[in-house]
Design a protein around this ligand. Structure first.
Ligand SMILES: Nc1ncnc2c1ncn2[C@@H]1O[C@H](COP(=O)(O)OP(=O)(O)OP(=O)(O)O)[C@@H](O)[C@H]1O
Ligand SMILES: [Mg+2]
Length: 416
């Protein structure tokens, strides 16, 4: 197992277009790192440079403390798991797992020992004599991982391994990969454009846009303290609402009335003209359901509800609002880039399932103004980001991971 360090990595393909543009990223030994971003942002290119399937134009790729820029893929001892797992249909599960060891002409008893050990961990013991065609999708995935385990690879690399599966199986596989990675403590880099996978699997997530890193942080930090409009819009489902806002003293004028800002935020947005305020759906509530004690920390406004969607455990209400053409254009461009549904000038509000708010009627809403973020529409920068609070969230996640790894290592030492 090894750490992976990337220093100022650039990849220019033939036409000079920088598919990866000055990426510096440190992945710790045993860490689960996600590379996420819209189509064409350079995720696969970056992964292929780690494995050695793609030349690096400039910068250093360091694996386990060793510079590997010029090493062939087979000399890097990494294991890439592709979308279609590439199992051999005519071989048994045992032989599929043993394949890299057979290639390396490893003695039979050592092959047997390693495959048995791996199939134990992977719960494939009872299926070793079967052919891949007679396995479930999840079991096939485990066979592919078994092949990586017996090789004692330094790291696992995944490129959208679940994108061909239906939603239900994808959910199961996600849990499985997560469980296995924890159990094995193997450094893992996982490419996806699915933000649910990004949020649930990774210790940290690296968000890429047009070949450049936007933010590297734990899922919580990305969600609560995004650096810019792009990250804020990409992470979260339904997405964050962006409304036009004009600062006035320590208040923000928005289509939903005034939002009060604390001093620090007010100072951060002072001097700006037209801004965008970012409000996640769950920062809203039906005002009639909010505790008296909580009401004063938020803002109350009235609005007409266009549509409601009752989901059992919560409900969404859609509230249209007016925005200047320049803001509307900005939101259209952003949603196009994010490959998202068009961010329309209507807010999606998540309220309690018991709320009696009705379609076509006016209602009173409460908004937790402590949580809103304010963005510069030109640069996209989050002007109200609390970098310290964000770093603390990632620090906690990293500490949790290290403790888990410690346990894994202790128990495997005990077993050996
Ligand atoms: N062999 C190639 N020659 C020229 N350009 C390439 C080549 N491979 C990829 N690119 C370009 O590099 C950029 C990054 O491609 P890459 O495959 O890394 O994107 P990605 O983030 O994996 O996207 P997706 O989510 O669609 O898989 C794209 O603009 C793509 O067109
Ligand atoms: Mg790709």
């Amino acid at each position: 197992m090894a750490s992976i360090e990337m220093k100022n990595i650039v990849k220019q393909y033939g036409d000079g277009f920088p598919a990866v543009n000055d990426v510096s990223l440190d992945i710790a030994d045993g860490e689960f790192m996600i590379l996420v971003g819209p189509s064409g942002c350079g995720k696969s290119t970056l992964l292929r440079m780690i494995v050695g399937l793609e030349d690096i134009t400039s910068g250093d790729m360091v694996i386990g403390g060793k510079k590997v820029n010029d090493l062939a893929p087979r000399d890097r001892n990494l294991s890439m798991v592709f979308q279609n797992y590439a199992l051999y249909p005519h071989m048994t599960v045992f032989e599929n797992i043993a394949f890299p060891l057979r290639l390396a002409k490893m003695p039979d008893d050592e092959v047997r020992r390693r495959v048995t050990e791996a199939s134990d961990v992977l719960e494939l013991k009872d299926h070793l004599e079967r052919k891949p065609a007679n396995l479930s999708g999840g079991q096939r995935q485990r066979v592919a991982m078994g092949r990586a385990i017996v090789r004692q690879a330094e790291a696992f690399l995944f490129d959208e391994p679940l994108s061909n599966l239906d939603a239900k199986l994808r959910g199961q596989m996600r849990t499985e990969i997560s469980r296995l990675q924890r159990r094995l403590g193997i450094t893992t880099v996982y490419v996806t454009h699915d933000q649910t996978e990004a949020m649930t699997l990774g210790d940290r997530v690296c968000v890429l846009r047009k070949g450049k890193i936007q933010q590297v942080a734990s899922p919580r930090e990305l969600y609560e303290q995004p650096v810019n409009l792009f990250v804020a819009g990409f992470i979260g489902s339904p997405p964050m609402n962006f409304l036009p806002a004009t600062p006035e003293g320590n208040r923000l004028k928005t289509p939903f009335g005034d939002i009060e800002l604390d001093e620090k935020r007010a100072a951060a947005v002072a001097g700006h003209d037209l801004l965008l305020v970012g409000i996640r759906p769950e920062y809203f509530e039906d005002a009639s359901l909010v505790d008296e004690a909580k009401r004063p920390v938020g803002s109350i406004f009235r609005a007409r509800v266009d549509v409601t969607e009752w989901l059992g455990d919560s409900q969404f209400a859609y509230i249209p609002y007016e925005a200047p053409e320049s803001i509307q254009k900005q939101l259209r461009d952003l949603s196009r880039e994010l490959d998202a549904e068009e961010l329309r000038t209507q807010a999606i509000v998540s309220i309690d399932a018991t709320s009696r708010i009705r379609e076509g009627r006016e209602a009173e809403f409460w908004l937790d103004s402590r949580k809103v973020h304010v963005f510069d529409p030109e640069s996209g920068e989050n002007l109200t980001r609390d970098a310290e609070a964000g770093a603390e969230l990632t620090r906690m996640a990293t500490q949790d991971r290290e403790e888990q790894l410690e346990q894994v290592r202790e128990s495997s030492v005990g077993a050996a």
